[in-house]
Write a protein that binds this ligand. Sequence first.
Ligand code: F6R
Length: 360
Amino acid sequence: EKGGHRHWMAKEIAEQPAVLDTALAHYIHDGAIRLPEGDVDFSDVTRIVMVACGTAFYACLTAKYWIERLAGVPVEVDVASEFRYREPPITDGTLAIFVSQSGETADTLAALRYCEGRARIVSVVNVETSSIARASDVALPILAGREIGVASTKAFTCQLAVLGVLALKAAQDRGTLSAAEIRSHLEDLTRVPALIAQALNLEDDLSDIARDLSEARDILFIGRGPMYPLALEGALKLKEISYIHAEGYASGELKHGPIALVDDSVPVIVFAPSDDLFGKTVSNMQEVMARGGRVVLVSDAQGLKAQPGSWHSAQMPHAPDLWGPLLYAIPAQLLAYHTAVAKGTDVDQPRNLAKSVTVE
Ligand code: F6R
């Protein structure tokens, strides 16, 4: 039933090229955006609020980078348990987006209820019959298929794919990108599943690295720009299933405190595709290395060539501009998974966690 995999999580990680193909085929037709579940129009939107919990929250944080850059609309992202009690003002022209795999998360549903009658409500869900889907003006399915492992994997990348399409729709509606630019970003997005299939071939290398990680007591993850939310997600995934203390930081924040933690017992995972932020992230990485920190550099051929000398490295395929977070989710997941396997924890049913958090 697990298709020859040892755990549901491993099966769900491996399924990602296929489910992403399905999700993208649903939203992209003949190279153009198609939102079949009722239109989402960004023309008159003045502000977007995105609300979710956990991994879905990190998908929202990633989407903020895309939407603000591509469409120029301000995006606020909040965890649902904070949003619902803060009672934030919802100004005219606000579009509210709720992201939830289960569609049943109590805090996210309560945050949605708060927005009812105040904003147009779009949800991005895996379970199409869920409470959150039913309470939304438009519910966009991520089509990941049933996710059984408690630690979310394929739902995360499918959320990113749908949010990526939404960001491009926002740019299209607002005329901030040309038709040719949109087409080219969509083409890049449809190439991601094949790149993910290539990244999955790094599994043996990543499992060797994970064996070393499994000895650590604390692990840091750093990234910049859209790789920052991925650093948060990498740390969450690792702590959930391996029970190793892990934190994600924006690379530039290290020197504002967290670097005090670094010594030769602390592995630091660096997500740094060779993009225009690469040089900045690398200089933060060098500060870590100067303090004896053990760097695991996850980058592409160009990046690794420019920055040899890390403790470990993983050579990723080159990520298309914008869509790096989808691709780099794979090493984040595989490092967490193999670290947990090396520690012998219950990967699919980690202690104290439930798949669907229907109580606050
Ligand atoms: C992490 C994880 C959780 C969920 C969170 C929200 O691997 O699975 O952090 O992402 O509980 O759940 P949904 O998406 O169902 O609202």
